[in-house]
Design a protein around this ligand. Structure first.
Ligand SMILES: Nc1ncnc2c1ncn2[C@@H]1O[C@H](COP(=O)(O)OP(=O)(O)OP(=O)(O)O)[C@@H](O)[C@H]1O
Ligand SMILES: N[C@@H](CCO)C(=O)O
Length: 299
């Protein structure tokens, strides 16, 4: 049996929505999965080629085996994942979420009872440790995720298919390292500031109101601790805002996102210049927000 799984890029946090909000984009990682062989193999084309492990150490295989075990599904004699990766790794664009989801989704296709979005969310959220990226990657659009007991739950919002620019500087900053930079406790006033902005983010993205969104993206819980690790990022956010976009760190960084830029080229160049001033080169992505999420096709 062969299947194809496609999972979109995502940008998590959206400023004040730390660990709770994320949005999906029209940039995809995909894998063709073949259950007919022996042993566990991954072949990587594109992003991560020559870097990612191609054996059972790959996050896709780990997530696949984790899900099989949790669901009590017998592991097949072999599986091969042929990956076409377009999402840069370690960028804050949800690459690890796509890997986890490809493994989880592939496992659920072996028992149709479990092939549903809620199962994908529970297992991928557990594997990632926070479910913002995976939730938006599963459902598409704008997703708010919360945990009640040990279950992740979502609210889904259709959004205007507006443009965004993502500028990715050449900085090594894993999500793990970016989370370690955060304090254990935060001032009450900072928490209140973030909570007060969530409706502005939801409404700003739902209606395409860039001024409302810009106000909503102001964050006090994670960006103040992470921006100093990414030289030029605070300036890039400020510059993008000054040019009329609504800007924030994308996920845990190091990329910076500018939603609804008035002039995407000018905004991207101005943001890149902020990183160049700090001796960093950049990759630039012109993306569109999308309302569809992960897709499975039987081949
Ligand atoms: N496409 C992929 N296939 C297999 N493993 C991956 C893939 N992308 C990321 N990983 C693994 O996940 C690890 C952690 O990635 P990390 O979370 O730092 O980046 P990210 O997903 O780009 O960030 P974010 O979650 O902020 O968007 C990587 O070091 C790599 O081992
Ligand atoms: N919410 C997560 C997203 C990165 O995976 C964080 O900011 O650490």
């Amino acid at each position: 049996m062969q299947i194809q799984i496609r999972v979109p890029a995502t940008s998590a946090n959206l400023g004040a929505g730390f660990d709770c909000l994320a949005v999906a984009f029209n940039l995809w990682n995909q894998a063709t999965v073949d259950f007919s062989g022996k042993g566990y193999h991954v072949h990587v084309n594109g992003e991560g080629e020559g870097i990612l492990p191609e054996d059972a150490d790959n996050l896709i295989i780990k997530s696949f085996l984790f899900t099989l075990e949790k669901l009590g599904i017998q592991a097949p004699a072999g599986v091969r994942f042929d990956c076409e990766n377009h999402i840069p790794m370690g960028s804050g664009m949800g690459s690890s979420a796509t890997a986890v989801l490809i493994g989880v989704i592939a496992a659920t296709t072996l028992n149709p009872e479990y092939e549903n979005k809620d199962t994908w969310l529970q297992f991928s959220g557990e594997l990632e440790g926070h479910a913002d990226n995976v939730a938006a990657a599963i459902f598409g659009g704008l997703v708010a995720v919360r945990k009640t007991g040990d279950r992740y739950k979502t609210l889904l919002y259709d959004i205007e298919p507006e443009n965004a620019v993502v500028v990715l500087p050449t900085v090594n900053l894993s999500t793990h390292a970016a989370r370690k930079a955060l304090p254990q406790n935060v001032p009450m006033a900072d928490a209140v500031s973030n909570i007060s902005r969530i409706p502005a983010i939801l409404e700003g993205l739902r209606t395409g109101d860039v001024d409302l969104l810009r106000d909503g993206l102001v964050d006090k819980l994670h960006q103040p601790y992470r921006l100093p690790l990414i030289p030029g990022s605070a300036d890039a956010i400020q510059k993008a805002n000054a040019l009329g976009a609504a800007s924030a760190l994308s996920g845990a960084g190091p990329s910076v996102i500018a939603f609804m830029p008035v002039n995407p080229e000018e905004t991207a160049n101005a943001m890149s210049q902020c990183f160049a001033n700090n001796g960093l080169t950049c990759r630039i992505y012109h993306l569109e927000m999308i309302n569809r999420g992960a897709q499975v096709t039987r081949l």
